[in-house]
Design a protein around this ligand. Structure first.
Ligand code: DAH
Length: 357
């Protein structure tokens, strides 16, 4: 018995990890362990022998068990120590520096106008940037011979030789999303569609890719008054100036009847632009009552429904709001420009927090 005791206490002391310790436990006091087998032999002994061997064996078993438990605890402690040592964290390190990146003014304005129109019950719709000429033109009541096609400086996609179907285009405006949304949702409808558009044009106020936001509201009794209120509400909130004044000027678009262009009152003093005061007017958007043919092309019965639509240049209103003079710089990816005009990533625009803070 002393040999057994000596053997297991030494083995337990020298064991390297918990798995090996468990093996030892099975080997000593498991069902078929060496000490357990010895205890079974008690049955074959005489009562006198048993009286001596029984307590001694039990004591041995207890001793080995508590040695196993103690070793198990010390192995677990050592493992924890090791983990703590390898996963340490230096809480005296300085905080993270402000990230070098900024939110682009277009993204910022995009978020701002989405927040405003969401508060008015508009949801966001999308359409492809490569568009068929049906959605970009015909469905919007711009037939093939219409001068609006030429005016738009359209980029045409290439067709395979021998394919005589009309080529796809890079959409020249977000208006095709009107048709797609009508087809997908039917009436009533209230959506905005912000997105990229393309025209072959390049100077201080034009780039071949720019951004528009389309608006469309269709219901049973919608009038120009709703259009006017909606746009005034939008401009007042967007420009964060209470005295915003809009001028609705009769105009013409093939997809609206009647049509209006909207100018905003502003002043240019010492090269800086001020919204809401002065004697100048700056055009910011096109709008009107959706043409019956356009409703029809979207699968909506013009005898039952009518609505208004508008298209705003996102880049244009970003320039106006944040005093950015040259549109081309928007897309130059010049880090100095981005740091100057960009927004902090955590300043998410929302109406309750004040749009641009
Ligand atoms: N699609 C027009 C453009 O790109 C803008 C526009 C004008 C959109 C009037 C409209 C609208 O929805 O009703 O110049």
């Amino acid at each position: 018995m002393d040999d057994l005791r000596e053997k297991y206490l030494t083995l337990i002391k020298d064991v390297a990890d918990e798995a090996a310790l468990e093996e030892l436990r099975v080997q000593a006091v498991g069902k078929k362990g060496e000490i357990s087998l010895k205890m079974r032999e008690l049955g074959k002994m005489t009562p006198e022998e048993r009286q001596v061997a029984g307590p001694a064996l039990n004591a041995l078993k207890d001793e080995v068990n508590s040695a196993l438990n103690a070793r198990k605890a010390s192995l677990a402690d050592a493992a924890l120590e090791e983990r703590l040592a390898s996963e340490w964290l230096d809480v005296t390190l300085p905080g993270r520096r402000r990230p070098a990146g900024t939110i682009h003014p277009i993204s910022q304005v995009w978020e701002e106008l989405t927040a405003i129109f969401a508060s008015l019950g508009f949801s966001v719709a999308e359409g492809p940037q490569i568009e068929s000429d049906w959605y970009n033109f015909d469905a919007l009541n711009i037939p093939g011979h219409h001068p609006a096609r030429a005016e738009m400086d359209t980029f045409y996609m290439h067709r395979e030789d021998g394919d005589n179907r009309p080529p796809h285009v890079l959409r020249t405006h977000t208006s095709p999303v009107q048709i797609r949304s009508m087809e997908a949702q039917g009436a009533p409808i209230r959506i905005i569609a912000p997105g990229r558009v393309y025209r072959s044009d390049y100077d201080q106020t034009h780039t071949p890719m720019f951004h528009q936001v389309e608006g469309l509201a269709i219901d049973k009794d919608i009038s120009m008054a709703h259009l006017k209120w909606t746009l005034e509400e939008f401009c007042r909130t967007f420009f964060e100036v209470d005295g915003v004044e809009l001028r609705f000027r009769a105009s013409h678009f093939p997809f609206t009847e009647p049509s209006a262009e909207v100018d905003i009152r502003c002043s240019w003093q010492g090269g800086t632009l001020k919204i809401g005061e002065g004697d100048d007017w700056l055009e910011i958007l096109g709008s009107g009552m959706v043409h019956p043919k356009v409703l029809q092309n979207g699968g909506i019965d013009p005898k039952e429904w009518q609505g208004f639509a508008f298209g705003v240049g996102i880049d244009r209103i970003a320039m106006l709001k944040y005093g950015i003079p040259d549109l081309r710089a928007f897309f130059d990816s010049d880090l100095r420009w981005l740091r100057h005009y960009g927004f902090a990533a955590l300043d998410q625009p929302d109406l309750a927090g004040g749009l641009s803070r």
